[in-house]
Design a protein around this ligand. Structure first.
Ligand code: NDP
Length: 495
């Protein structure tokens, strides 16, 4: 079933059924659920509501497809996946519109980042497919020992709503390139782009059952994936709390391999010698307000040397007022769209109230805006006089809220930066190369950007320390490790 949306700005093809075994299918129960546009609260589609039996059906299809896909010569897998990436690029305008409609992300971001990065990710892993060699171990002449990689078989992937297609692509690229079949579960509120992309995968020639998508609530579909005996590994991106339950399900069932990419409370550290405070302010703002702060690596704690705090804060407030325009996400000039749902907006507003109650001071923003639109908009908010003990500095808000904390000297900066349960990302601004090296090593985080806010690029691994997750990395060839088993084949060469 293909539906043309009534949205006057976009002619997009919305797929609303699940994708299993190469076909779009209704939920076994026949049930559907409404999906809304967060910019105006209106329903844009009714999507199939999957249950346990839908996961079973997808896993069966994936199990049937997995041996053939694993045995496909890497060069052929590469060509299919390259075609898949090309089709995403060819349909990028439509996909950008779907993503903006469904998630509320500014169209300038979905056009320039979400969709091109998703295609590029799949292409990058496709190209690696026939370029990665296995190993021969340095044994003596009495044996030949090969260390080879084999696909796990069927991988379950559970992805969140903040970058629906990009996070799906970070999983799909390495899962498919390494010869696994996949059962993907998008977040219930943001399934539309992945369903359309599954259709493009079929058009590219992916064999039936290699890529399956089951839509529906995490408590049902996600749990069924995490517990399923026919799934050999699960890759999860989302909250620390749900990551914990996925791990428990695996432990209590078939001990499937688990890779967790979870939350963060990432520090941005600005030393007194940081050069060009205008540029620093621009990057600091980007780190927290990009994607409405709905970003696991958002730089939500600004740790700033008290000698430069005043001038940096002035610049930040100026930037927010001038550049971080809240508006209709379909508008080219909008940089801040709505939050994902009403309940998430209420959660973020609750944190803003908590910040005030605990004694921090809002210097810009601090509330809901554009209420007349019917959407879930919160203005970019900066809290001065925060301390690292406040809830706004300890808990992941997942919204456009920055807490500014002063420090004096390198040791205090590191102590505050590391005083968190998380360890996903960090940024550090200094002109001193020795300070940069020392501090980048001392910060407990999976990615440290020096003089920028960065998650690296496709060539570098992305993953966290501590309660930000473990078990694998997205991006780079390291992403292949979590979807392959290492096997030793020892051949006796003696008489
Ligand atoms: P969740 O962790 O609940 O959602 C992530 C994914 O897990 C979704 O596909 C969700 O499905 C699924 N899921 C939910 N419950 C289960 C379950 N019991 N078993 C298996 N899968 C499940 O995050 P939320 O969407 O609720 O967001 C809550 C908070 O999590 C945010 O405020 C933010 O702090 C953090 N978060 C972090 C992300 C990151 O990138 N690290 C991404 C998203 C959120 P469904 O949504 O359909 O129920």
């Amino acid at each position: 079933m293909a539906v043309t949306t009534p949205n006057p700005l976009a002619e997009v093809r919305l797929r609303t059924q699940m994708f299993a075994g190469g076909d779009f299918v209704d939920a076994v129960s026949g049930r559907t659920y409404p999906v809304e546009n967060p910019a105006n609260g209106q329903t844009i589609a009714e999507v199939a509501e999957g249950g346990v039996e839908d996961v079973d059906r997808a896993v069966e299809a994936a199990r049937r497809a997995a041996p053939g896909w694993a045995a496909t010569p890497p060069a052929d897998r590469k060509k299919l996946l390259q075609r898949f990436a090309d089709l995403i690029d060819e349909n990028s305008e439509e996909l950008a519109r779907i993503e903006t409609l469904d998630v509320g992300k500014p169209i300038s971001d979905t056009r320039s980042l979400d969709i091109p990065d998703s295609a590029a990710t799949i292409r990058w892993h496709a190209e690696a497919t026939d370029k990665l060699y296995d190993q021969v171990a340095p044994t003596g002449p009495g044996a030949v020992a090969m260390v080879v990689r084999e696909p796990l078989g069927v991988v379950g992937a559970i992805v969140p709503w903040n970058y629906p297609l990009q996070m799906a692509a970070w999983k799909l690229g390495p899962i498919l390139a390494t010869g696994n079949a996949v059962v993907m579960k998008p977040a219930q509120v943001t399934s539309l782009s992945l369903l359309r992309v599954a259709e493009l995968g079929a058009e590219a020639g992916l064999p039936d059952g290699v890529l399956n998508v089951v839509t529906g609530p995490g408590s049902v579909v996600g749990t069924a994936i995490a517990r399923h005996p026919g799934i050999d590994g699960v890759a999860f991106t989302g909250s620390t709390e749900v990551g914990r339950t996925v791990l428990e399900h695996s432990a209590r069932t078939n001990l499937k391999r688990v890779a967790l990419e979870l939350g963060g409370k990432s520090p941005q550290i600005v030393m007194a010698d940081a050069a060009n405070l205008d540029r620093v302010a621009d990057r600091v703002a980007n780190a927290i307000f990009w994607n409405m702060g709905e970003n696991c690596s958002a730089g939500s704690r600004l740790l700033v040397d008290r000698r430069v705090k005043g001038p940096l804060l002035d610049r930040l407030v100026g930037l927010v007022e001038r550049d971080w325009i809240v508006g209709d996400p379909m508008n080219d000039t909008t940089r801040v769209g709505p939050l994902i749902t009403k309940s998430h907006m209420e959660k973020v507003l609750g944190y803003i109230d908590a910040g005030r109650a605990e004694g921090a001071r809002t210097v810009v923003g601090g509330g809901r805006v554009r209420e007349d639109s019917g959407g879930w908009f919160v203005s970019p908010t900066i809290f001065d006089r925060a301390t690292n003990e406040m809830r706004i500095a300890r808990e992941e808000i997942f919204g456009p809220v920055l807490s500014v904390i002063e420090f004096e000297g390198e040791d205090e900066a590191i102590a505050i930066a590391n005083d968190t349960d998380y360890g996903l990302a960090a940024s550090l601004y200094t002109e001193n190369v020795r300070t940069a090296h020392r501090m980048a090593r001392a910060i407990k985080a999976g990615v440290v950007g020096v003089n920028n806010y960065s998650e690296g690029d496709l060539t570098t691994p992305f993953g966290g320390f501590r309660q930000s997750g473990f078990g694998g990395h997205d991006k780079s060839v390291h992403a292949h490790d979590q979807y392959t088993n290492l096997k030793t084949i020892w051949i006796d060469m003696g008489e």
